[in-house]
Design a protein around this ligand. Structure first.
Ligand SMILES: [Ca+2]
Ligand SMILES: [Ca+2]
Length: 167
């Protein structure tokens, strides 16, 4: 459907039947982890329009409530978590007794542990110089730059474990 403004892409999914209708996405992720599923939707009705969320890594009988957004052209997001496997995962929102909201999109956000912060002062710099004169930056205390001491080495034995059988 495309009769209500504000969606992204070329339209949105308008649930028709109170039961059995579903929207299913195939989500490809590079590695296993707890991903955040962010559903963008509109619900111009007066009450929540819960849908059943199913998929890899989604706890059984998970419902997403889809609270009213006030207007069919007002879009909001609601989030759920899923333990996705590396590769393709199916995520499905099914109507179970009441018609669903209008669903615009699903955004999949990677686990926080996969977020990367790369300090500028540790990057390759061509022109800029590293400063520490104004506090509030991340990456270390506001101290004068001094040469990094050589990494210390420790001796010890490494225990080698048998490889996990991956077949
Ligand atoms: Ca509908
Ligand atoms: Ca859309």
């Amino acid at each position: 459907m495309s009769n209500h403004a504000g969606y992204t892409g070329t339209g949105f999914a308008d649930y028709v039947n109170a039961s059995g209708d579903f929207v299913e996405w195939t989500v490809n992720v590079p590695s296993a982890g707890n991903y955040t599923l962010e559903f963008r939707y509109a619900n111009g009705g007066g009450s929540a329009r819960p849908l059943e969320l199913k998929g890899n890594g989604v706890a059984a009988a998970t419902r997403v409530s889809f609270a009213p957004t006030g207007d069919w052209a007002t879009w909001r997001t609601v989030s759920a978590t899923a333990a996705l496997a590396a590769g393709a995962n199916r995520i499905r929102l099914t109507a179970v007794g009441s018609s669903g909201p209008n669903i615009d999109s699903l955004t999949v956000r990677p686990p926080a542990t996969q977020a990367q912060r790369l300090e500028a002062e540790a990057a390759t710099l061509s022109g800029p110089v590293v400063q520490k004169t104004h506090g509030g930056f991340t990456g270390g205390p506001a101290t004068p730059i001094s040469p990094t001491p050589p990494a210390t080495t420790s001796s010890g034995s490494l225990t080698r474990r048998p490889r996990a059988n991956t077949t």
